[in-house]
Structure formats: C-alpha cells, structure tokens
Design a protein around this ligand. Sequence first.
Ligand code: SF4
Length: 279
Amino acid sequence: MEVLVAKHAGFCVGVERAYKIALQEPENQPVYMLGNLVHNKQVVERLRARGIIGVHSLSEISAKGTLLISAHGASPEIYEEAKQKGLKIIDTTCPWVKKAQKIAAELAGRGCRVVIVGDKGHAEVKGLLGWSGGRGTVVETPADVSNLTVAENCLGMIAQTTQAEEQFQNIAAALRAKFANVEVHNTICGATSHRQSAAIEIAKQVDLMLVIGDKMSANTNRLTELCAKTGTKTFQIETAAELDPSWLTGKTKVGVTAGASTPKWITGEVISLLSKIVL
Ligand code: SF4
C-alpha cells in the first residue's frame, strides 16, 4: 500500500511560529493564553501541561504574569487592559494578521468605513473590528451588502486572512456596484488555498483519503469536505487511535493531509501506523 502525503499539510507558518514562541516562555511565572492558541485539543493539552493557563477574558486574571496573544491577534483594547493589569505581553499575532490590522487602523484613521469580510464570531475578526476604531462592519456574504448603509465618504474593504478568494471577490463586486470610492485590500493569506489545492490534488490520485485534525477546526472540516467532493472515500480523524484498519481493506493508495492547526507529531503517528498495517 502506497501512502501519499499532501505537500501543504499541518501547521501553517503562523501557527508554527505561535506554538514555538509559546513553548519558549519560561515556566517560573504564570503564563495565560487568551483564547485558543490553535483549534487542536492535543496541542492545547500540551501547552496546559507546561503550565499555560487558558482564559477567555482578561477579567479572569488577577495575578501578575505573562499574556500570550494568539496568532489570530487581538484588539488594541486587549493590549491596553493587559498593560493596566501589569501583564507582560508575548504577541504571537501572525504577520499576515498584523498587516490586516494595520490597514484597518489606517483606513479608520482616514475616516473611512472598514468593511471586514469574515466570520462575525471569529477571534481574528473581533480583533480587526477593534483596530477599525468603531468604523468597522463585518460582511459575511454578498447578500449582506444590500442591507449595508455607510455614512462615511470612503469605504475600505479587508478580509479575515482565511476567507475564500471567490467570496472575497464577489463581495468586492457587490460593494463596487453599490458605493463610490471603494478601496479593496486583499488581506487573504495563501496558506489556506495552498493547503486546499494540495489536498484535492492528492485526493484525486488515491482510493482512500485521511484528513487529520480537530473536529472543531473549521479549516480541517473544510479540507474533509473538499476531499470528499472529489469522489474519493474520505475520513477525518483527530489522532492515530481513530484510524480503523478495516478502511484500508482492498486499498492500494492512501492519501494523507492535515489542517493548519494539526501538529507534525500527530500526522507522523498516523503515517507511521499506516506503514505498519499489513493487510
Ligand atoms: S492561516 Fe495564514 S494568516 Fe492565519 S495564522 Fe496561518 S499563516 Fe497566519
């Protein structure tokens, strides 16, 4: 049985960087992590085992210590609140997200409405709204544009870094058709689309596809959907323990990919188990 691994699989550069920085933090003082550093239970457990304490809000922190800002970033209010609490900040915001935040602040500084294409509940989008200084509006679909009213004379559009390119372009077209002075800043990062194309390419060549990642990870679930759409039987697993050997019966080529929040050690365990299964 041959195992083909997708070219872009597992941690994206932003998550890899955030994880490495988090592990470097000395353990002699409390380290708090605002939100999930990544959407992966095994990674979060590993960080917890090193004494990193997860919090949903800074109001949960009463002692001095270090605050880790995740790769998704945070609003300026969070930095200010952390400073006032005397917390040392370790900022793991991905450089791509930082770039989008900078554009949001610059547009708002010029008095423009900032339209953010993204998922309303996502931490990155909440941070971008903060950087838009009260001038931000989140748009999820082209249909949302029809209800949009803008008091400002200019409008700038940015995106959550993991948005689909097609959706972004459709929303840009809807905004341009409705408003004058629309500035479009494409802040989508290439990591998601590269991972998706690589997964589809492999899924088309194999007779079973395994997608590794947390069921709570939106980008992993999307990879599973896209692989299944190719017509190849696809299973999503969180760890090697979920791999059912009966899936491999009669299969000659198996494809493997992993979401942007899946660490190398889990993908490695699955590949190693596949190589040991003799059918
Ligand atoms: S998906 Fe892109 S923007 Fe988001 S953390 Fe990864 S590299 Fe950064």
